[in-house]
Design a protein around this ligand. Sequence first.
Ligand code: S3P
Length: 178
Amino acid sequence: MKSLILIGFMGTGKTTLGKELAKRLQLPLVDLDTVIVQEQQMEIGEIFVRFGEETFRQMEHEVLCRYAAQPNLIISPGGGAVLRAENRAVMREHCFVISLLAQPQIILERVNQERTVRPVLEQREPGQSKLERIEQVLEQRMLCYREADLLLDTSHCPVEQLANQVVTWLKEQTGEAL
Ligand code: S3P
């Protein structure tokens, strides 16, 4: 089967749903940020500070190309992996693209619960709140997040239910029992 790739802004639940789907479908989960951190021996925030965002985007592109063409994976890329048109083309060519959406307020609550440094949310103009920054970046990226085979709003939906929706949809797509 073609791999599944879960796109979406940070805090939309890519990792949570990815883990649930990996369990349900008995497939390995590949978190692309984790691959980058392991290979660079450096946290994402540190890569941004030391090398800049462009270098990170190039690493992200290379890791995506390496995994997207492999079958039978659940792939969770970082939220900005959709920014390059080339990346979106690679995803669409090789994978089932599932896009996770969530309301900005929900995203804020979720990211505030985690300790991970989110460089894109730190890049705020003076006086800009974190919620305003989330709304701004979401708006810039929304068309990219809509380029998908299946769109799911994760704002108020339990992960088990989301996984059910994906599995049902996947059965329709593949004609397989799964
Ligand atoms: C980013 C999202 C992060 C990480 C990096 C950049 C983005 O991944 O790749 O901080 O541009 O939205 P998550 O979406 O997993 O938080």
